[in-house]
Design a protein around this ligand. Sequence first.
Ligand code: IMP
Length: 431
Amino acid sequence: MKENLVILGAQWGDEGKGKVVDLLSADFDAVVRYQGGSNAGHTVVVGGEKFVLHLLPTGILHEHTLGVVAQGMVVDLELLVREIEELESRGLKVWDRIFISDRAHLVMPYHKVLDALFEKKGKIGTTLRGIGPSYMFKYGRKGIRLCDLEDPDRTYRLMKENLEFVQDLCEKVYCENHSLDLEEMFDKTRENYGKIRERVTDTTRWLLQFEGKVLFEGAQGTMLDIDMGTYPYVTSSNASALGLSNGTGLPPAYFSRANFWAVSKAYTTRVGEGPFPTELLEERGERLRERGREYGATTGRPRRCGWLDLVALKHAVEVNGLDGLVLTKLDVLDDFEEVKACIAYEVDGRFIEHFPAGLDTLQRVKPVYRSFKGWLRDTRSAKSFSELPQEALEYLQFIESYLKVRIVMLSTGPEREEYFWLHEPAWKVRS
Ligand code: IMP
């Protein structure tokens, strides 16, 4: 039996990974987040109570599960401290179960200043959480890692250099100013570090020695992956399976026995700018948004909505080497008389079934749809495969045959218990 499980986003994020990871992590001993940062917003509803986690792995909501913030993440210390304190104040004892990588990079206030500045000049539609600039500094070898905070002189020097660099960039290139104060930033960072210091460790070594079952929780989605997504309208990390090894520090062979699953909605959404071939800019798009309550968990922005894009989804299946798909929000389609799925793109009179790399091509593609008869019945109350209307089953079966991957689970609502298996996994789910 394969032991570890990887759960990824198959689309442009917001697929419902939070709920799925929360549900499945009941069967795992540790859950690891390994890329991105507080741009993520994983929503989980437990007993009617809503939790939105931005930095901590979702699995932490189960009292036996350990949570790892691995080295590929960029960490906003202020937010991390707040997230831990909030969970503790709501009665969840998370403190002793968290392990934070000493190699993870920090998101500093000047990264947020730059994020806002870059957005003014060329809009990507970022979450403004400083994610892109933090990764820029990391790859430009100007980053500050958690382990650096052990040496106050070094930290101070790095912050000073970085702040001067940002100051120059703001003034000389963008003719703007910022109000960041070095001493204040240094003191606040040290104070926050002092609060979590005990939980900071070498998480790669920790994971290599760990003998329990591990779930790896991807953030954002494959189509937002820096290499495989709709570049440059992407996030700044490898949100697909490509990010696993560098995000955790674990060798690729570590994942050879893992299951790879991804979560997809029964339609498509995205926030921010960028290509979205199946977007519906009319009443049906609004209906999807309202029925699906499609507003961002991190920024509250309305999400763009459209039909399921099987060309993009196939790209996700192939890039991630998926063994299974979890489908969410089928019920949002319940009152549509006709449901559509994109099965190819038409570009310059040619039909293609692969996801093109070029932005220019992507902006010109026209979706080719297959139409399905709507089921016009409630699917949220379904508790098994056999309770689904025939038309909904036909839609699901077509998705499976097009993608050549099994839909393992259907999530039927936001609560933990609102789901059922279409293909049971090899292990027994406790939930
Ligand atoms: P950034 O990650 O804040 O730099 O934003 C880059 C792009 O990724 C923008 O289009 C964001 O809307 C999108 N994005 C980032 N995180 C998420 C997420 O968790 N869900 C959905 N979209 C996201």
